[in-house]
Design a binder for this molecule. Sequence first.
Ligand code: HEC
Ligand code: HEC
Length: 308
Amino acid sequence: MLVFWWGQGAAWAVPLLNEPILPVPECRMEDGAKVRLGRQLFHEVRLSANNAMSCATCHPLDQWGMDGIPHSTRADGTLNTMHTPTVFNAVFNLAQFWNGRVLTLEEQVDEAVRVDMGANWNEVVRKLSQEPQYREEFARVYRGGIHAENIRNAIAAFERTLTTPNSRFDRHLRGDESALSKQEKEGYQLFKTLGCISCHQGVNIGGNMFHRFGILGGGGEEVASEPGELDRFVVTGVAEDRHAFKVPGLRNVARTAPYFHHGSVATLDEAVTIMARGQLGYTITPKERTLLVSFLFTLDGETNGDCR
Ligand code: HEC
Ligand code: HEC
């Protein structure tokens, strides 16, 4: 842990307190036995109807928690219309899914098992109950033993540990003067002065509000959601929420291409250009784009924190 010294002459490690972005906490405390069980369940193919797919199929943890393709295929062979977001740092988001249709990680697991993995809970519980090792571990951790609610709780507990602390940017926020290059610091300044920060902020540099994507429908005229688009309108029924999505967190964003809810933008250069134009009505210069992207590259955190 860093100890901050406020006395005179302390030129090192003075945290930047007035910043609109907060560092990822270094460690999140969760019940160790639950987390171990949750990790195992996250990789368990028997959660799917065809015994061939686990959460990690679409959210591989050694690939920054997502599959890197525009649209994943569900267990039943149909395509997901929305692009797979990372599971890393999802715990910081105000709600889950691009349109925020569920509030908790537990509810999110429920939909993933039923829809993505095509399974039903009675069947999942039956399959896991056949395994003596699961019977023992569940009995140790939960009073109710192997039960849908306990499965959801264990996976969510594991997900709450999937944070990515200690990025170079967080070291900068914590006062390490040498963590960022001059260019990267300029990139962060530009991120603030251009106004990216008005939507991408807080611990996850996003994830704490919904916003319309692009200028489509910006004039208040009646516009339709696109086919298959699970936008915020689906949740609220309010016309202004058409094409609105949760502002995604930008931690590790350099590693989680392709971009946007449709996953059809392959590079960060392009994503940043679209954002400036669509969200801020501003055409960035190549120099500005380079600076912004160099800042975004400093957001890579550690995916194997020692809490687990
Ligand atoms: C077939 C691929 C697939 C599988 C399997 C899958 N997911 Fe997902 N996951 C997705 C897609 C696609 C979305 C986005 C859907 C949307 O927003 O409408 C998503 C969204 C999420 C989110 C929300 C993240 C955010 O920032 O909003 C979490 C958390 C998550 N999945 C965890 C899980 C867990 C846990 C499992 C296993 C129980 C799982 N997923 C299984 C494809 C998958
Ligand atoms: C008015 C709010 C708003 C502003 C301002 C804004 N963004 Fe976004 N940003 C969003 C929303 C909403 C999305 C998700 C859009 C979607 O996928 O439909 C997004 C998505 C992104 C993505 C893609 C992330 C991913 O995982 O797919 C990047 C990168 C990004 N923004 C960077 C920036 C940068 C850089 C700026 C400043 C030039 C900026 N944003 C300004 C709201 C905003």
